[in-house]
Design a protein around this ligand. Structure first.
Ligand code: IPE
Ligand code: IPE
Ligand code: MG
Length: 261
């Protein structure tokens, strides 16, 4: 079931007080959209929206961790975002350097471990370096996993998985009939998240009602929450409101039992 939160609903307090702490979604995935529109509304260049959006990532990561979320996956750059003007792409590629350069101590303090999924070998060397350093610096953290989708695309991910399985068949290691859900899931970029690999809750900001090639396989039974808020305006209250909405849903996974999330 889709739900659309309007701006009046995202006012806070109600959600905070009503949240059921025993039903916090273990894996939340967010399509962080609307940085450009946020900037445009303020007559600022689009990159100002990306900069503000980076601050929102810090706020939301800490809020999610405090609420007990186990995995927070954030769509930061898609395999299609290379189509944007070079200046914007260059700015987006520098953001992880800024982000991790300033935020890693806070991540460690909050016991948050960084993970990245996507075709990172295609990123500029300085971006790769920042990402790898952040992963190394937080490798000992045992709390929430902050999983950045960077140069990520759901179709490309599935194509890569199919290549791998086809190669195994060709090499005589696998029969085509042996290929099942599990073997495909094991070859996706979320495989190392184990039983947490499929998001429970998917949030998209800024009013677009589409997936834009995000986690196509993994969201098969995720609950979707859409909000009109632009990503730079999203905050702890917005997150709590989305979780509250999630807690009102009945997840059935194709069965009949009306199991509340
Ligand atoms: C999301 O904001 C950030 C990225 C896709 C990198 P947008 O840049 O897509 O902002 P809008 O959708 O143009 O407002
Ligand atoms: C999806 O947003 C990608 C990220 C949030 C990183 P886009 O802004 O690229 O999606 P479309 O183009 O509106 O579908
Ligand atoms: Mg967009």
């Amino acid at each position: 079931m889709f739900s659309f939160l309007n701006k009046d609903q995202v006012t806070g307090e109600v959600a905070e007080q009503a949240l059921d702490e025993s039903k916090i979604p273990a894996h939340i995935a967010i399509i962080m959209d609307g940085n450009g529109r946020w900037a445009q509304q303020r007559h600022l260049p689009r990159i100002a929206g990306h900069k503000q959006g980076m601050n929102t990532v810090k706020t939301v990561a800490k809020a999610a961790s405090h609420l007990g979320v186990k995995v927070l996956t954030l769509y930061a750059f898609s395999t299609e975002n290379w189509k944007r003007p070079a200046a914007e792409v260059n700015y987006l590629m520098k953001l992880p350097v800024d982000f991790f350069g300033t935020f890693v101590p806070d991540l460690v303090k909050n016991n948050i471990r960084v993970k990245v999924m996507g075709y990172t070998d295609q990123l500029p060397a300085s971006t790769q370096q920042a990402v790898h350093q952040a992963i190394a610096d937080t490798a000992h953290c045992t709390g929430m996993v902050l999983n950045f989708a960077l140069n990520y695309g759901g179709r490309a991910e599935i194509v890569t998985a199919v290549h791998g399985l086809a190669q195994q068949v060709k090499d005589g290691e696998l029969e085509p009939d042996d290929i099942d859900d599990e073997l495909i899931s094991d070859r996706l970029m979320t495989a190392d998240l184990g039983e947490l690999r499929d998001p429970d809750l998917l949030i998209r900001t800024s009013g677009e009602l589409r997936l834009s090639n995000f986690m196509l396989w993994q969201v098969a039974y995720s609950e979707f929450v859409f909000t009109e808020q632009h990503w730079p305006d999203f905050d702890q209250t917005s997150l709590e409101t989305a979780i509250y909405e999630y807690q009102q849903r009945h997840r059935r996974f194709g069965g009949l039992a009306s199991k509340k999330s």
